[in-house]
Design a protein around this ligand. Structure first.
Ligand code: XMP
Length: 562
């Protein structure tokens, strides 16, 4: 919003915050009643500096100032409507009644602290927004910062400009020059060695380095991990290699060899991240590049670091492959440059446009660095699919993010034929909120056997399963591209799950989503004819036992399954 801001740990003493025009206390997965949950100096709240608490931030303010915070066993994750109470509110000025807001919490404030008034509620939360204008304290249970909260920007604008009196002192137009200064400063007299993947983030980061230091001082390497989508290496060859800027390293045997037999999701990420470090060391050694003269460039973006537990108290949502110990060592010793580490995906695309990069590069769907490995789900043992009141419990472990904390849980499958996705997507959130123990709902689109007869099979990463997934992904990608559906979605993961019966031991999950920055996402409805074309083509592969559609928004389910 054009206001410069800094991120601090919540325990930062008032002394270090006195210069602030305003303070925002963010959300987080903790409960104020947990022993190790983040807290803050109460003095920060009574110093006269405007404070806005969001979600956990609201609960913390209420807890510290004598309100009543109730522990919740089940959460509220997803959409709610905000009802204004009619009380005068500086924070909600201009926000319409019954506006859509995004909730993600377990605990809630049952009674605000003395001096506060309630300015908005939702059907499940009596303290949707509270404020004490005399002390300049404001707090909301929902998340104004996510795209799904329709009036969120109005609320943040009210806080920044009316309540705090901030001025616009940060201009996105200057950011390229600032990033390039940072690159030059970090690199010093060293050169940059850059892993590119063909994806948006690494391409934009690489180009920023090239422009900042010149092509003599920047070397790109694309590693074919064997975990890429079909045709990806050719795409990179066509885009960069022709320019002599990027060298292609064929390492699929190494990666697949290291992953063979692995089942554990976090272990996959670690192996892949460390494998990248090994290859980097090998390349540096082979070419006699003195480590003192080189630093490693990466396309890490902001969500990658926050979701990897970027600050001391932030929950580790996943270990990003750019944050494994080997990379962390390089960061600690000043051998890494990450030009985009402070930016979200939509900003990265905007920077790419300002750099003049071609739309076909910038509009590519995001694809995770660990590639198909984290879309190839594995299982320790054979287990049956069981009937439960709301459908079928499929015991594969998929990730959910509820109240910012990441968990693995089984999946609820429903027999929904024909698929009326839009209705089911609303129901899916309710089902997850209602059934403790699942964080994702899928609908059966096609299957060789009824769900009750299906099993989860003990499985790991193998050459064969990666090939199967790559073939299925290529079919879906081709049909989405030909029909133009790929333009209607932000990302379209295709996941292989070890669910089936008889000889066909794997199924495919389709996960088309819409998002702005990847932090929250909507499951997208697909036209029926397109869905059936995809399902028919996928079911023509003999090893595929079924096709499912992921109905879950984020939260409660993450975009990827691991
Ligand atoms: P989730 O699954 O956390 O994904 O909702 C959010 C976005 O991040 C991408 N993603 C990754 N990208 N390395 C990456 O480069 C990773 O380890 C990784 N994990 C998730 C995901 O595809 C989505 O766009």
């Amino acid at each position: 919003m054009g206001v410069s801001s800094e991120v601090f740990p919540s325990e930062t003493p008032l002394e270090k915050l006195r210069h602030a025009r305003g303070i925002i206390i963010s959300g987080g997965p903790s409960s104020v009643y947990d022993d190790s949950s983040p807290t803050m100096e109460t003095a920060v709240l009574t110093a006269g500096i405007p404070v806005l608490g969001i979600c956990y931030g609201q609960q913390l303010i209420a807890h510290l100032l004598g309100g009543d915070v109730r522990k919740g066993n089940k959460g509220e994750f997803g959409l709610a409507l905000l009802d204004l109470t009619g009380q005068e509110s500086q924070l909600l000025r201009g926000v319409k009644n019954h506006q859509q807001v995004w909730m993600s919490h377990r605990d809630k404030v049952a009674a605000p602290p003395p001096g506060f008034r309630v300015v908005a509620t939702t059907s499940t939360c009596d303290t949707g927004a509270i404020e004490d204008p005399l002390r300049r304290l404001y707090a909301v249970q929902f998340h104004p910062e996510v795209v799904h909260t329709t009036g969120g920007l109005t609320i943040l604008r009210n806080f920044l400009f009316d309540i705090c009196g901030c001025e616009k002192d940060w201009n996105a137009g200057q950011r390229i020059a600032l990033i390039q200064d940072l690159i030059r400063e970090r690199a010093g007299d060293r050169n940059i060695f850059f892993f590119v993947s063909g994806g948006v983030d690494s391409t934009v980061a690489f180009m920023l380095c090239l422009e900042a230091l010149g092509s003599e001082r920047v070397r790109g390497v694309y590693v074919d991990t064997g975990l890429m989508r079909e045709g990806e290496t050719d795409f990179v060859r066509g885009t960069f290699a022709g320019l002599g800027l990027v060298r292609i390293e064929e390492c699929s045997e190494e990666f697949l060899g290291a992953l063979e037999g692995v089942r554990e999701p976090e272990l996959k990420r670690h192996i892949i991240g460390e494998q990248f470090v090994k290859i980097q060391e090998r390349i540096i050694e082979e070419r006699g590049l003195l480590s003192g003269r080189w630093v490693l460039g990466q396309g890490t973006i902001y969500p990658d670091t926050i979701e990897s537990g970027g600050t001391a108290k932030a929950a580790t949502i996943k270990t990003h492959h750019n944050r494994v110990p080997g990379i962390q060592k390089l960061i600690d010793s000043g051998h890494i440059v990450e030009p985009l580490a402070d930016f979200y995906k939509d900003e990265v695309r905007a920077i790419g446009r300002e750099l003049g990069l071609a739309p076909q590069l910038l509009e590519r769907h995001p694809f995770p660095g660990p590639g198909l490995a984290i879309r190839c789900l594995c299982a320790e043992t054979d287990q049956p699919v069981t009937v439960v009141p709301d459908g079928y419990l499929v015991p594969v472990r998929s990730v959910g993010v509820q109240g910012d904390s990441r968990s693995y849980a089984p999946v609820l499958a429903i027999d929904a034929f024909p698929l009326q996705a839009s209705r089911l997507q609303d129901e899916a959130t309710e089902l997850v909120n209602r059934s403790v123990g699942v964080n994702r709902v899928i609908a059966r689109v096609a299957a060789r056997e009824p769900l009750a007869k299906q099993h989860v099979f003990a499985s790991s990463i193998t050459h064969g399963r990666i090939e199967l997934l790559r073939a299925a992904d290529a079919i879906v990608r081709q049909i989405s591209h030909d029909s133009g559906f790929d333009k209607d979605v932000w990302q379209f993961p295709v996941i292989l799950i070890p669910v089936g019966a008889g000889e066909a031991r794997d199924s495919i999950v389709l996960r088309p989503i819409q998002s702005v920055d990847g932090m929250t996402a909507d499951s997208v409805t697909m036209p029926d004819d397109l869905l059936h074309e995809m399902a028919n083509r996928l079911m023509a592969i003999p090893e595929i036992a079924g096709v499912y559609y992921d109905l879950t928004h984020k939260p409660p389910g993450t975009i990827e399954w691991e």
